[in-house]
Design a protein around this ligand. Sequence first.
Ligand code: GLU
Length: 383
Amino acid sequence: MSERDFSEVRRIVVKVGTNLLSSDEGVSLSFLASLCEQIAHIRMMGYQVVLVTSGAIGIGARMLNIRERVTSVKLRQACASIGQPYLMHHYSTFLSSYHIITSQILLTTELFRNRRTYLNTRNTLETLLSLGVLPICNENDTVSTAEIGSAFGDNDRLSAYIASKIDADLLIILSDVQGLFSSDPSSDPSAQLISEVPVIDDRIVTAAGGSGSTFATGGMKTKIKAVEIASRAGCKCVIASGREKMILEQIAAGREVGTYFYPGKKISQRQRWIRNAQTSVRIIIDQGAVNAIRKRKSLLPSGVTAVEGSFSAGSVVMINSIAKAVPSFDSTELQQLIGRHSRDIRKITGSHRRDVIARPEDIVFIDEQKVYVQDNKKQRDLL
Ligand code: GLU
């Protein structure tokens, strides 16, 4: 079996999904025991590990004897509140036999949107890792819902945001499928496991069940989205089956298992924060302003035509549907600045304020979809 060059990998985020964790009794203790043993092993191999775990809602539902998928928001929140402590209890019990101290971090998109709480969470994760603790993360499903715009929606994406936040070298997404296939393996006998993905192109999006395709094996679509997020942080990603023996050790050792996605060009932490923040508030600008900011010029008030929603200065907002930005003014101030000349900014908002709405470094385009691979020889050869 050939090897992948993971020699520079030090920090690994491992994500495990509900399907792997749950059983008819609630949580699959045999899976959890094996996962914890593997985590203990890779930590002994010298890797720092952060675990992102699902399962809270599933375990809570089983405890309430609910057999079908929980769709009601209130019930999901209640199930998460019941299941999360049990999930943590099992992890800390298994891991304490390897003398591993665990910690719990429950996250919402709001914590990621706000620069201060974003940095605080990052500092906490860094401190825990430096203390040799195993941080165990999940979405705070009890308080965050898609309805109030505070949900990540799935833990694939959450794991990628965490990998990006802490500059992880490798994100391992464990699933109940072996990796990404060229087509749906359940209906196409010629489906092939794709071993390496140098760049996420249309072929990969289609294979993952993008538009026009009816299959989305193991939620592969959200996994590819997660890979794109991690990729922009220069993080390598592997999607593999959590049911395979010693899968974490095999992946860390560079064995060719699952699907390996090459890292993309790393963008700065601040740019990643802007890009990854989920936001529904918006500044609408005219075509002239679009052209200007695409040429890396500042966003000026003369190009603003509308402001949607309420936000504070320094938070992340959408610019039309093409970019995200951090404006220097809040939504009330911006309403007053619509269509005005830049020289009016200080007259309206005060002499100490900036004379532009957002500088080029405060703007990140989100419609430049392609994730480019890093320029090293092996990747060039494969492209
Ligand atoms: N956070 C959810 C849970 O703990 C799972 C979300 C997901 O599986 O993507 O149950």
